[in-house]
Design a protein around this ligand. Structure first.
Ligand code: GUN
Length: 300
């Protein structure tokens, strides 16, 4: 049996259309605004950032890109974050990763006011996620993965999920998110022994290891649901971390690359930005709650 293809492209388009409608119907003098901090000349980052800006404009979210040279110092970058935290016209702040090696990413991400941290990368929001707290901003890719899984209609409760890759951006938050949904989660990584045998136990496979077509069809349980987070190139052609052509004959549902997880990431970022905007409208000082960066600008 051939798997049903889960089209992230179509689902993301539906979510963006609904979001555009919600923003249009929302009576407010202000529009939601996302600030994107881009440091250095990474070509892939530049493309991602332009995509986010274009998608934001289409749903009625303003997007201010702030570009800095790779030589910017860490303290100067922290000052930029402080100014954005204190600016009432900015509702969401993201710092495009990776940052240059001389900058401590954790320090920078920790400085973002949690109420504006729409990427959900600050320790505060990852902490709320581990508490399964409703106020958590959940980072865009893991949130998109959950939406893709929910779109299949399968009941997640009690399912065995194997996540391949333990990055802070994808693997670890996905494992937490699925745990919160009552899946039994195994988080695997490059040092895991006998990965194929572990994948064989999985009702749900989330492949986020960054290795082209590493996950083979023979590793899968018949009827597994497969989410492929990989973006790799073989001979210039985009491919995921799963050997898609063979795996689709074994899986019940599978995401393609491109057109799977990627479009969902942008849609979820926009949805988080609107959520941040609504929360800040309801409670203008919420932006300053729980935040203790000590900068003197945003903490009261
Ligand atoms: N780099 C790779 N993925 C992401 C993402 O989702 N957000 C940010 N800020 N940087 C990234």
């Amino acid at each position: 049996m051939s798997a049903q293809i889960i089209s992230g492209k179509e689902l993301a388009a539906r979510i963006r259309t609904e979001l555009a409608q919600k923003i249009k119907n929302h009576s407010s003098e202000n529009m939601p605004v996302l600030a994107v901090v881009l440091v250095g000349d990474d070509d892939a980052s530049k493309i991602y950032v332009r995509n986010k800006q274009k998608a934001a404009a289409e749903v009625g979210i303003g997007c201010e890109i702030m570009e800095f040279s790779a030589s910017i110092g860490e303290n100067a970058l922290l000052d930029v974050i402080d100014d954005l935290n204190a600016n009432p016209h900015i509702n969401g702040i993201i710092v495009q990763l990776p940052l240059p090696a001389h900058i401590n990413s954790l320090r920078v991400l920790s400085r973002i006011n949690p109420a504006k941290d729409v990427d959900g990368f600050s320790p505060y929001n990852t902490g709320l996620l581990s508490y399964n707290h409703p106020d958590a901003f959940i980072s865009a890719t893991p949130k998109g993965i959950l939406e893709l899984l929910l779109s299949t209609g399968i009941n997640l409760e009690g399912k065995s999920a194997v996540v391949i890759g333990r990055s802070n951006i994808v693997g670890k938050p996905v494992a937490m998110l699925l745990t919160n949904r009552n899946c039994t989660v195994t988080l695997t990584h490059s040092k895991t022994k006998d990965l194929p045998a572990i994948v064989k136990t999985a009702d749900i496979v989330v492949a986020a290891c960054g290795k082209a077509r590493m996950i083979k069809a023979e590793w899968l349980k018949e009827g597994a649901v497969v989410i492929d987070v990989g973006i790799n190139r073989i001979d210039g052609k985009l491919c995921g971390d799963v050997d898609f052509e063979a795996a689709k004959e074994k899986a019940s549902f599978i995401t393609p690359v491109p057109g799977g997880v990627g479009p969902m990431t942008v849609a979820m970022l926009l949805s988080n930005t609107f959520e941040a905007f609504c929360r800040q409208e309801k409670d203008p000082i919420s932006g300053n709650k729980h935040h203790n960066c000590g900068c003197g600008h945003c903490c009261h």
